[in-house]
Design a protein around this ligand. Structure first.
Ligand SMILES: NC(=O)c1ccc[n+]([C@@H]2O[C@H](COP(=O)([O-])OP(=O)(O)OC[C@H]3O[C@@H](n4cnc5c(N)ncnc54)[C@H](O)[C@@H]3O)[C@@H](O)[C@H]2O)c1
Length: 467
């Protein structure tokens, strides 16, 4: 299914789901998990999908809702009209509503077990880490965090807290297509992998990138808590159009097309090839800007060898905003390049090609089976249907059972991959230069400018323990 900007906005306003009660605010046996009591941060856009999916689990009770946009809280608790004027019933009338997640944590800390975070990227780490610090399970949208350091710390702290269950929101990983691709990689069908090529058509037409910082300011709408949107990021005047959705192209708040889409494409290759931190990153941007990620870019990153990669290591080549790999030079036979997503054609909305010592593998984002090509010919394959699960319910079930390893995108894994995506995205801040990554410090050895966003300084008053 294609999610367009319009369907996203409409989905944010439409909440045609059944009334849910909140009856277990205090547990009769605190040591026994009867229901998973969830506090939801970020309720529009993907946050609404997360809320719908998590609350569709019969053992979940939504006890609190938080959003900086009061319109979402209003509709979810009291009902209203959707974007097309259709009546919406109240869904969570008993859930307490907050604009500030810190207030929610302070006031209701003993009344929820878990947090689901679906805000803009720059707030993922503070919201998730503060929850882990309080002993809460966390489901957090991708990318796990904005900066390399934040990703590293979330992975480390989640790994150290043995009783806490975490999951990063990359739901595609639970599809039969990505499971099959993972199996092919595990089976070593293309041998040891020496190159990964990954591309997306974003941001073009989805959200703005490559523009200078807008001048002046606009009045802050009554429904918006602008200072809370800014959160840990540096203060700036409000301009119409920053939020919802379009923030992802701005360096202060997002991770650009690389961080946004890389998660859905590179998760399985990263996990299966056991890639660690990159050694170098080099960005070639089109229309670079000091405020936004480039309009379009290609980024080259290098990695040390693992048992699954070529003995000389691996090179990752990323393309976005209308740039693509040279499919022919990679070894893709004629007739496979163009066409639509869901068909046996490669280019589509985006995808990944892994170049191994025995052949190449095309790994679509979803809706199509991975394919292998050897000596310029497609190999006849019989895809294996390994089923699919509900990524959100996997997390809820793991919270209830304590089997944290059942979450395939737990923070220990998601954080490791997103550290790389942060490095790739932030390499745009010092373009045209081979940046050397110092993995022990989470900074670039030869770029203070780009390092500042790998290990960012939070705004005064926003310090979070462990970050
Ligand atoms: N897994 C997926 O398929 C998928 C798809 C889209 C977006 N996402 C991710 O979901 C996140 C949200 O993206 P979106 O497109 O829905 O953005 P959005 O701006 O449309 O929605 C974010 C919601 O969070 C609220 N919010 C923002 N900052 C907040 C804060 N500090 N406290 C409380 N609420 C806050 C906003 O008001 C809004 O309701 C991003 O990290 C994005 O990468 C994931």
């Amino acid at each position: 299914m294609q999610i367009t900007r319009r369907s996203f906005v409409l989905a944010s306003l439409a909440t045609p789901f059944a009334f849910r009660s909140v009856s277990h605010l205090v547990r009769s046996e605190p040591w026994k998990m009867e229901k998973l009591r969830v506090a939801k941060v970020g309720c529009g856009g993907m946050g609404l999908s997360d809320l719908n999916e998590v609350s569709s689990h019969k053992m979940v009770e939504v006890v609190a809702l938080c959003d900086i946009d009061s319109r979402h809280l209003e509709v979810l608790r009291k009902g209203g009209k959707d974007g097309e004027g259709k009546e919406i019933k109240p869904r969570f009338p008993a859930a307490e509503a907050f604009a500030d997640w810190r207030e929610m944590y302070a006031k209701l800390g003993d009344r929820f077990d878990a947090v689901v975070c679906s805000t803009a990227d720059h707030m993922h780490a503070p919201i998730s880490m503060a929850a882990l610090n309080m002993g809460k399970h966390v489901y957090c949208q991708k990318p796990l965090a904005q900066g390399a350091w934040e990703n590293r710390r979330l992975a480390e702290v989640a790994g150290a807290k043995k009783s806490l269950v975490t999951q990063m929101g990359t739901q595609r990983i639970a599809t039969k297509w990505r499971r099959y691709g993972a199996k092919l990689l595990r089976d070593g069908v293309v041998g040891r992998v020496k190159e990964i090529h990954a591309w997306t058509n974003r941001p073009a037409g989805w959200w703005p990138q490559g523009n200078p910082r807008p001048e002046g300011s606009d009045p802050v709408p009554a429904w918006l808590s602008w200072d809370l949107f800014l959160g840990v990021s540096q203060s700036r005047p409000f301009k119409d159009g920053y939020t919802p959705f379009n923030w992802r192209g701005t360096i202060d708040w997002g991770t650009g097309a690389f961080g946004d889409m890389g998660c859905h494409m590179l998760d399985v290759p990263f996990y299966e090839l056991e890639l660690g931190s990159p050694l170098t990153a080099w960005c070639n941007p089109v229309k670079a800007s000091a405020d936004q990620f480039p309009e379009s870019e290609s980024v080259v990153m290098t990695y040390a060898a693992t048992p699954k990669t070529s003995k000389d290591g691996l090179t990752l080549k990323w393309y976005d905003g209308g740039q693509f790999p040279d499919f022919k030079a990679i070894g893709l036979p004629d007739g496979w390049e163009g066409g639509k997503e869901g068909e046996d054609v490669v280019k589509g909305d985006g995808g990944v090609i892994l170049v191994g010592e025995k052949g190449i593998m095309w790994f679509p984002i979803e809706h199509a089976w991975a394919r292998v090509f050897v000596d310029g010919k497609a190999v006849e394959m019989k895809p294996e249907d390994l089923g699919r699960s509900n990524h959100w319910h996997d997390w809820v079930d793991a919270c209830l059972s304590g089997k944290k390893d059942a979450c395939v995108s737990r923070f220990e894994k998601g954080g490791r991959m997103c550290e790389s995506l942060s490095i790739g995205a932030m390499s745009a801040l010092d373009p045209g230069k081979k940046l050397e990554y110092d993995a022990s410090a989470c900074t670039f050895r030869n770029s203070p400018a780009a390092s500042a966003m790998l290990k960012r300084t939070y705004r005064d008053g926003w310090k979070v323990e462990n970050l």
